[in-house]
Design a protein around this ligand. Structure first.
Ligand code: GLY
Length: 371
């Protein structure tokens, strides 16, 4: 199957899922390839909207535009509920209101996305120079001083807001957080901790930990993928050479540890007796990140190597995991691993679907996205 044929099939799945999804959004796949719905206040709420906007941008089909716009009231009203906000405001609002702003110039969407950026910037801890992950119920909750590699993707909301408003404070926070991530989460061998804990009152870095990976000293493959794509985007916004070099180090580690069939397991450092679930979402994000990184490298042969590796991952996802032949499937990719320690593996995942679409579009030479 060509990438163009895969895109056509993906758009068909999304088109037939629109009436089933209604005003709701996909949360996590079930064994019958239907999605459990988000209902409210989920960190994955933006990925369905992101697929709809990508489909509209590529096809011009107003069915996708109308479905994406039908999601807008949800994202606007969530702005008024700060208790539902955390570090994931970037994922939520880049793929909804920023996408709308970029594609249609809509001012309501733009004002909403800037409010989301304000909420994200308001989380910044200047002592530790980081944006804390998740929320906390007490002063002693470690989340007060926790960062996670995933947050690299959320920084794009701040970079976008800085460009939109010409206010450098958004960019300063994003740059500071990215450098803190390099100094703590990124290890010398190019692997990553999922999470790093700081003393939230002094800002002192304390220790690396995992939340969704196999072990504190392992390398959660989706985290590594967030880092490749996230640092490549940070380089695109800033031109800071350290961000590009970090994306390369993370990419090299991932490429050296991918299995021979190119689809990552959920962690790159699994002992033989650990459960070996695939994480197709990590594969899709890695492929999108490698295409993106290849586009900003100076060395043409290195760029070609990254594009070839991204195509190999994409080919393996299409051949072994795409759900195009399932007439009832509400998603695009099987066998994502959301959180293995909580028993959430072998599922369709909305972020796997979104990044599969982004990677297919990047494979076709598209470079305009919403990040
Ligand atoms: N950002 C959460 C995850 O990747 O599961």
């Amino acid at each position: 199957m060509t990438y163009s044929e895969a895109l056509t099939q993906a758009f068909d799945v999304i088109r037939r899922t629109i009436p089933k999804m209604g005003a709701d959004r996909p949360a996590i796949g079930r064994s019958d390839f239907k999605y459990a719905r988000c209902h409210d206040s989920h960190w994955v709420d933006g990925f369905w909207s992101g697929q709809l906007w990508l489909a509209y941008a590529e096809t011009g089909d107003r069915t996708f535009l109308e479905a994406a716009r039908a999601q807008r009231p949800y994202f606007i009203q969530r702005l008024d509920r700060p208790e539902t906000h955390d570090h994931d405001l970037g994922f939520l609002y880049i793929l909804s209101l920023v996408a709308d702003t970029k594609l249609t110039g809509d001012e309501v969407a733009c004002r909403g996305a800037l409010r989301a950026a304000d909420s994200l910037a308001g989380r910044y801890n200047p002592r530790g120079r980081f944006i804390p992950a998740w929320n906390w119920r007490s002063e002693s909750d470690p989340n007060r001083g926790r960062i996670i590699i995933d947050c690299m993707e959320n920084l794009n909301l701040l970079f976008w807001a800085a460009e939109q408003t010409s206010q450098t404070c958004y960019r300063d926070i994003a740059v500071a957080h990215a450098h803190t991530t390099i100094d703590t989460i990124v290890r010398a061998d190019g692997s990553t901790y999922h999470s790093y804990i700081f003393d939230p009152d002094t800002g002192e870095p304390l220790r690396g930990e995992t939340v969704q990976g196999y072990a504190d000293e392992s390398c959660w493959s989706r985290g590594q993928a967030w880092g490749i794509h996230g640092f490549a985007m940070a380089y695109c916004y800033t031109g800071d050479e350290q961000f590009r070099a970090t994306a390369v180090r993370l990419a090299e580690y991932a490429l050296a540890h991918l299995p021979d069939d190119h689809v990552p397991y959920w962690d790159y450092r699994l002992p033989d007796d650990a459960p070996h679930y695939r994480d197709t979402s990590a594969g899709a994000i890695t492929a999108a990140g490698l295409f993106l990184l290849a586009d900003v490298l100076d060395d043409a042969s290195q760029a070609d190597r990254y594009r070839a590796a991204a195509c190999a991952i994409l080919d393996a996802l299409i051949a072994g995991y795409a759900l195009f032949d399932h007439p009832e499937a509400e998603g695009l990719l099987a066998q994502g691993a959301s959180h293995v320690a909580e028993g959430l593996a072998d599922n369709m995942l909305p972020y796997g679907d979104y990044f599969f679409l982004e990677a297919l579009l990047r494979a076709q030479g598209r470079t305009a996205f919403f990040w």
